[in-house]
Ligand binder design. Structure first.
Ligand SMILES: *[C@@H]1O[C@H](CO)[C@@H](O)[C@H](O)[C@H]1NC(C)=O
Ligand SMILES: *[C@@H]1O[C@H](CO)[C@@H](O)[C@H](O)[C@H]1NC(C)=O
Ligand SMILES: *[C@@H]1O[C@H](CO)[C@@H](O)[C@H](O)[C@H]1NC(C)=O
Ligand SMILES: *[C@@H]1O[C@H](CO)[C@@H](O)[C@H](O)[C@H]1NC(C)=O
Ligand SMILES: *[C@@H]1O[C@H](CO)[C@@H](O)[C@H](O)[C@H]1NC(C)=O
Ligand SMILES: *[C@@H]1O[C@H](CO)[C@@H](O)[C@H](O)[C@H]1NC(C)=O
Ligand SMILES: *[C@@H]1O[C@H](CO)[C@@H](O)[C@H](O)[C@H]1NC(C)=O
Ligand SMILES: *[C@@H]1O[C@H](CO)[C@@H](O)[C@H](O)[C@H]1NC(C)=O
Ligand SMILES: *[C@@H]1O[C@H](CO)[C@@H](O)[C@H](O)[C@H]1NC(C)=O
Ligand SMILES: *[C@@H]1O[C@H](CO)[C@@H](O)[C@H](O)[C@H]1NC(C)=O
Ligand SMILES: *[C@@H]1O[C@H](CO)[C@@H](O)[C@H](O)[C@H]1NC(C)=O
Ligand SMILES: *[C@@H]1O[C@H](CO)[C@@H](O)[C@H](O)[C@H]1NC(C)=O
Ligand SMILES: [Cu+2]
Length: 590
């Protein structure tokens, strides 16, 4: 259900600003996107793939969701939209809201003041790889480049088991050795998808320029994409319009959560059809990452640009070498925003893997993230002037409190032997540099010689193994924003920190009534510090810490009611439902 409100917003420059409203029921539906295994997936109003949202700059978007899942909590995050003045609408469960339990409604309402390609997805306990994700395109009335037609192409990995099951295998000490599921290792996908499907044929017209919004909605590995016979030009990344950059016939690499906007011009003659090749990035899977190779594993997907339906579809391509374009040193934002300087504060984020109670976890600066008893934004809004004291957010929310207006430099150090797509909510930050693999898991403090005077801005950067990246942004967006790896397994295993940005500038931001109701229905506090202490902000004795073993296990993702112990986020003991979960608990219990 969708209605275009005719309500004009009072803004003279944006003459066509309108209210765009959706009412969405979040439902289980059955689908078989890889043709190999029908399974329940999470859709919207009985549809899957989830619908694309199209809005124009200056519109106001209102999406009301109703959780019709019965057995899981949910929520929606608007990836890349920075929510200026609307921090309560960010959608990250445990940070900007409580998980929305079954039978609850929840409204997101915010103005659109950025352009380009974005996506929405569940940000609740590792849920989106089960299907709850879709494109969100903001059309720019002043888009600087000509195109005739426009299309969206999404990429993803795919699994046959549902996330609560996979997360439980991953975050337990159970001895599992089952092809794609190996003890303590992030589970391996079984296939790749384009547009939540495979073998797609895309009808194209000859002699036209297409603007293609490419969105990586994957859970784990990145994807490499090649358009046979169609050289392309980059015009945007992660919502930042860039100066046209002709890339020719490169293989494009997208990390989970990244977007590329490209232009391709179709051929004048319609005598042939052409392959689009996409492959899941095996560099992130299998050896040397401790994951045995799976015989016959296939992470390739093919789609076709079809000029003539009567003509054959050419066979899949084979590549022997992958070389990727380095966007950091080549793309220039169209607005030519200068390098932010001088830096007021540098924050080093050093990520590594670790083991707690026998469970595989990740750390940033030696701290593994655990959600606290109160969403961190709600803590900021309820502890008065103590909101600038990191103590109130709890040690394991890994908080960094920023002062309004500071220019922040974030140095991300990757000490782990794998790649990680690192994402920051609330900003498209300038990417000064991104190291090659194995150039040092701790930055030596020496800037690259060729740091751009107008660096490209992204919201997700793929960090190479044993390498680092340097970012900058201005702390002008009061709110509580997560900094995390965009691999859902790694969020669940603690590769997260909390950026508490200018909490003393949140002013009279209030929590909407339905957002408070969601907390009440879920059984989670919405006031007080990390330990839900509303009387003494500095008494965090009830915060969730790594010393509390039940903080880690069992982890069944977004399952509702949450199993006993998973509830760092809930204080109530709940019984388990559903035979599948019970069986596994018995097995994991010995
Ligand atoms: C796509 O084609 C491949 C190769 O023929 C096949 O194995 C696969 O099942 C197809 N996928 C779907 C969803 O039909
Ligand atoms: C949701 O509503 C249905 C129908 O009234 C009810 O059977 C179910 O128990 C409710 N679930 C929750 C979690 O409240
Ligand atoms: C969006 O709003 C914020 C806060 O009002 C402002 O700083 C920013 O410049 C706006 N962006 C655009 C593209 O209008
Ligand atoms: C993917 O879906 C979009 C609509 O959401 C459509 O415009 C596009 O052509 C599709 N692409 C493929 C490869 O199926
Ligand atoms: C192994 O994998 C298969 C297919 O995904 C699944 O049906 C089975 O339950 C798994 N067994 C264990 C012990 O994980
Ligand atoms: C297609 O035809 C147009 C108009 O005649 C011409 O400008 C263009 O160069 C041709 N494109 C190609 C790829 O040959
Ligand atoms: C997938 O594509 C890669 C690159 O072309 C190729 O090396 C590999 O053999 C393909 N895998 C399968 C199972 O076809
Ligand atoms: C970190 O990961 C590596 C490689 O996957 C593994 O050998 C090592 O034991 C892990 N370290 C900890 C502390 O878990
Ligand atoms: C993390 O722990 C290591 C080893 O104990 C130590 O060398 C390092 O300084 C710690 N890092 C931080 C940021 O505390
Ligand atoms: C907050 O205000 C109280 C009372 O005015 C004062 O005692 C306290 O030190 C302040 N706390 C911070 C973190 O500024
Ligand atoms: C704060 O309150 C003032 C006056 O009631 C109002 O004009 C303003 O919009 C409010 N700001 C926010 C962020 O709600
Ligand atoms: C929730 O219900 C769906 C649809 O029936 C089912 O596939 C899924 O396994 C259930 N999840 C849990 C955690 O029981
Ligand atoms: Cu990661």
């Amino acid at each position: 259900m969708f209605s275009l409100g005719l309500l004009l917003l009072g803004c003279s420059q944006l003459a066509f600003a309108k209210v765009v409203k959706y009412d969405w029921s979040i439902d289980w539906v059955n689908r078989n996107p890889d043709g190999a295994f029908p399974r329940p997936v999470i859709g919207i109003n009985g549809e899957w793939p989830c619908p694309q949202i199209d809005v124009d700059l200056g519109d106001h978007l209102i999406v009301t969701i109703y959780n019709n899942l019965g057995n899981e909590s949910t929520g929606l995050h608007w990836h890349g939209l920075n929510q200026y003045g609307h921090a309560t609408m960010d959608g990250s469960a445990g940070t900007a809201q409580c998980p929305v339990p079954p039978n609850s409604s929840f409204t997101y309402s915010f103005p659109i003041n950025q352009t380009g390609s974005y996506w929405y997805h569940s940000h609740t306990q590792g849920q989106y790889p089960d299907g709850l994700r879709g494109p969100l395109i903001v059309h720019d009335p002043n888009f600087p480049y000509h195109f005739d037609e426009e299309m969206t192409m999404t990429f993803s990995d795919w699994y046959h088991e549902e996330m609560p099951t996979l997360l439980n295998y991953y975050q337990s000490t159970a001895d599992v050795n089952n092809n794609s599921i190996q003890s303590g290792q992030a589970p391996i996908p079984v296939a790749g998808l384009i547009n939540d499907s495979q073998n797609n044929t895309i009808k194209v017209l000859p002699g036209k320029t297409y603007l293609i919004h490419m969105i990586d909605m994957a859970n784990f590995p990145g994807v490499a994409v090649y358009f046979d016979g169609h050289p392309f030009t980059a015009v945007g990344v992660d919502g930042t319009t860039v100066e046209k950059y002709y890339l020719g016939s490169e293989i494009l690499r997208l990390a989970p959560a990244q977007r590329w906007d490209i232009l391709i011009t179709t051929k004048n003659d319609t005598s042939k059809n052409f392959v689009i090749f996409a492959t899941l990035d095996v560099n992130m899977l299998f050896p040397p990452h401790g994951i045995p190779t799976i015989e016959g594993w296939n992470g390739n997907t093919t789609a076709w640009l079809v000029y003539d339906e009567e003509k054959p579809l050419p066979p899949q391509l084979t590549f022997y070498e992958f070389e990727f374009f380095d966007e950091v040193n080549n793309l220039i934002p169209y607005d030519r925003m200068p390098l932010l300087e001088p830096v007021d504060r540098r924050i080093e984020m050093t990520l590594n893997n670790a083991t707690f109670d026998g469970i595989t976890r990740f750390t940033i600066n030696n701290i593994t993230y655990l959600p606290q008893k109160v969403p961190s934004l709600y803590t900021a809004l309820s502890v008065g002037n103590y909101s600038t004291d990191p103590v109130v957010y709890g040690v394991n929310s890994n908080p960094f409190v920023l002062k309004y207006g500071e220019i922040i430099e974030i140095v991300v150090n990757n000490q782990h032997e794998n790649l990680h797509p690192m994402h920051l909510h609330g900003h498209q930050y300038q990417v000064l540099q991104r190291g090659y693999p194995d150039t040092g898991g701790i930055w030596d403090g020496v800037y690259d010689k060729n740091v751009s005077a107008t660096p490209v801005r992204r919201d997700t950067v793929m960090l190479n193994k044993n390498s680092s990246s340097v970012w900058r942004f201005r702390a002008d967006n009061p709110g509580v924003w997560l900094f995390h790896c965009h691999i859902e397994y790694h969020i669940t295993s603690g590769l997260v920190a909390t950026i508490v940005e200018a909490p003393d500038y949140l002013g009279n931001l209030t929590i909407p009534k339905d957002h408070i109701a969601a907390c009440k229905h879920y059984g989670m506090s919405y006031e007080g510090n990390a330990g839900a202490n509303t009387r003494n902000p500095l008494d965090v004795s009830l915060q969730v810490t790594a010393a509390n073993a039940s903080a880690f296990s069992p982890n069944y993702g977004a399952t509702f009611p949450p199993p006993i112990g998973a509830g760092s986020s809930t204080s109530k003991k709940r019984s388990l439902r559903g035979p599948a979960i019970k069986d596994r608990l018995v097995r994991l219990g010995n």
